[in-house]
Unconditional design. Sequence first.
Length: 475
Amino acid sequence: MVLWGGRFNQGPAESVASLSRSIHFDWVLAPYDIRVNLAHVKGLQASGVLSAADASKIMIALVAVGEEIAAGTFLPTQEDEDVHSAIERALVARLGELGGAFRAGRSRNDLVVTDFKLYLIDHMIAIGSELTLLIEEFTIKADEYKSAIAPGFTHLQHAQPINFGHELAKHSQALLRDLSRIQDWISRNSISPLGAGALAGSGLQPHPEQSAADLGFAATHGNSIDAVSDRDFVTEALFVMANIGVHLSRIGEEYTLWSTTEFGWAKLDDAFSTGSSIMPQKKNPDIAELARGKSGRLIGNLTSVLAMLKGLPFAYNRDLQEDKEPTFDSIATLLTLLPALTGMVETTYFDTEKMAAGAVKGHSLATEIADFLAKSGVPFATGHEISGRCVQQAEKLGKDVHELSDAELSAIDPRLTSDLRGTLSAIGAVASRTSLGGTSTASLIKQIHDLNKRNQGFISYFDKQRSHFLEMIQV
């Protein structure tokens, strides 16, 4: 079924119909389309366009179609152009000519963008809820390894010893920022486009604010042209999802490295690993690698929609049909990936002895020498130079800097007294970093408390949002 054609002498060519058809991907909007149409019919009744009796018949039919959609007993056909035409076909089949009356005062332009907003709100809440589970597992692991010493890296080179729980907790921090972005997105985009019509507003339903309230939006649009042409809410959601993808990719890269024979830090659970069809010994970190790989499609989906939008003039253009498939793909990607990655994080075992053994390699305690001198009143630039000479001497002797004897240290500079020995260790280096957000166990314990508190706040927020959303879209 198509919703236009009265001024045409013939229907579209099959190639045009095929190009125009979107039912194969926009059918996922059907439950939201039902709910939006119910709010619209209520508005038509309030404005006197539909009698109470006719509005009641249409709403009863819409609810029935919605139930059949949920049950899978009503499905689109190849003759349906899109989700909207499929639902109207179902109403006409039940109500005859009255089945087309609910279209008064609105356009597919404002209908689809309202559907899409509801769909995105629903699924951004779902993504946020999945992220809280991943954060919870990272924070549990951070607490489990809050006293484990490990090398810290910059430029993939040994930098300074760290608490390994601190390394894991950094991912909770990043993912909490993603949750904050989702929260901001929900708040900023709680604006209903319904009532904008094709572009000029509606003469048949002059009070869209009531429909906005019925659908749970905080406000209605301020400009009908902007309402039907705006896709900022899509690109912003795609950016948030792409940014989540980047964070998950970093996690995947680290777990891939940690599970190599060369690192040997991480032992992945069998349930979250795969094997090789030719090499029996292989245990591959495919979940981690897929987390890394799928970030590319999340970034690509954002880029494709931005490129599509960049030259669109005036109000609605058919190009906007291209906003949905990339968005649906990003959502499906994250909702598939996140549970698997959460399981991988939960079940991974780390070899603390192996991590600790490498913590002081690569002269990673050189900074402790400079810090020791600074505490003794030596300007840090001078201390940095002296520490560099210690590294140079250690390399000549085939040692790490912490292996230099007291005599060898004092020969480099007499201010390097035996008192240095107490801090020239991985445990001492980590314990000294007591600043807020530092890597000491004491600082990490405070950080873990804060992470749990913040994550619990988001868990409560998304639970409330889910409850509110379900209440608003209940048919």
